[in-house]
Write a protein of this length. Structure first.
Lengths: 244, 244
DNA sequence: CGTTCACTTGAAAGTGTTCAATTACTGTGG
DNA sequence: CCACAGTAATTGAACACTTTCAAGTGAACG
């Protein structure tokens, strides 16, 4: 029986967010401070739009800027010497990326758009100067990075200890939570990444992703139509994600 | 055939490092700056010694300080709601830990000593004040955290894409590299963590760790006597860690 | 000297992967 | 608007790797 419906479904919410309410702003306000907004204007040099598959920045390139996503979505991945690829994250509206480049002065991963995406660019040199003027800003950057580490720890738990069902459920709940935070629907949304990307990110084969999706659907926990997903029971999902 | 030898082997190098050359120092010097050393004295409040199994800090406790290890070794782990444990890292002489607590104001993981261990304690409030005075310091903290993120990415690759042999080889090479950086022997050392901890960290069963160790030994790549390990061929190990 | 803990090893059982084939969708050009 | 080509997703079956369970050995410690 065909699982697909022939219907054009809306893509991931493209609500183009003002730079004021995008990540750079959040970065400055993370401390709860009220940094002068005019500072932000000098900080954000430009806005860029990149199409599906195009590269925002490439691993190895000198670190010029951090980015906040205004609309669309981006995936980041690292490419090992042996050719293996590991997707390190998916990034949505309002989120900041590029901060992991600070140590090396070079980007550690490559960032590409999963759909047409618009970003704010904040040059790092200026960010750095301003940091000395506004300690809050650096503190916020610390927080963003600290957050990233927390995320990494969760991921270690996921990759090291969870089985396929738990991984995928955890993944869905994570997306749901992030969308909710930005006031999008958190029970029905479109996933901009392919099954293959999901599998790569979660450390499982593309085929396993499909099979688990099918199983979850058969159990009535979710409905999938292509990349459009509806979560019917967050509680049930949570139960699956945290079984044992 | 018994694989054990009845011989007391020296534990992990206990060269008690001056606080000057320990992590907090490194933290301040990461930028290449020459921060006034007297600052450090005010920074480092106290030195603590904890015995095997004792807790340095506990997940959930308010974030008071970051620590640098003067001698011994520490493991950090998180405890999930469902009771599962994930070892998030092993930390050796000269390394800094506790920085991931900045976001939440609470420690994210629990840190316990794997053997008798001595640490420097740098209270965070003072660290924070000083940060405003010395932007270099905060910049160094950013670098340390950025490093942590890089480490996380490597680990994602390891947990998501590598098989048991590759994981263990990567692990050994990583320890080797870190010891080398601190001028300890990087081809012969004692592992202070149990097989079970290694397995937990690398996302594999304790038994699998044993089996792979045995295999590596049979292939002549390493020699194991209890927790004392000798790496006979780093090249071979690298080949195994990067196969495919 | 005996108990306990860490480590090792074997055999059976899962869980997820790989390979291969099929189906469905997307975008492009007529 | 339709046909075609290429890409993404799904499904089945065989296989591989790792885990689990069980048992045993050696070392450390009181």
């Amino acid at each position: 029986m065909p699982r697909y419906k022939t219907k054009a479904v809306p893509q991931f919410p493209h609500a183009s967010v003002d730079c004021d309410s995008c990540g750079i702003f959040a970065l400055c306000h993370a401390v709860g401070g009220d940094t002068d907004l005019s500072v932000l204007d000098t900080l954000v040099r430009s806005r860029r739009t990149i199409k599906r598959g195009e590269v925002l920045y490439q691993a190895g390139e000198p670190f010029r800027a951090i980015y906040a996503i205004r609309g669309g979505s981006i995936k980041t991945f690292i490419l090992a010497d042996d050719g293996r690829v590991q997707v390190t994250g998916f990034h949505f509206v309002g989120e900041v990326l590029g901060l992991d480049a600070i140590t090396m002065g070079r980007y550690n991963c490559t960032a590409t758009a999963m759909e047409t995406t618009s970003v704010c660019e904040a040059p790092f040199d200026r960010l750095n100067e301003l940091g000395e003027e506004f300690p809050d800003l650096q503190h916020s950057m610390l927080e963003v990075m600290s957050h990233e580490i927390l995320h990494c720890h969760e991921l270690m738990m996921l990759l090291g200890k969870k089985n396929a069902e738990e991984r995928l459920s955890t993944f869905l709940l994570n997306m749901s939570r992030r969308l909710e935070k930005r006031n999008f629907s958190h029970t029905q949304f479109s996933m901009s990444m392919s099954r293959s990307d999901i599998g790569n990110y979660l450390g499982m084969a593309e085929e396993t992703v499909c099979r688990v999706f099918t199983r979850l659907q058969d159990e009535g926990v979710i409905t999938l139509e292509r990349r459009q997903i509806t979560l019917h029971s967050l509680d049930q999902l949570r139960a699956i994600a945290t079984q044992k």
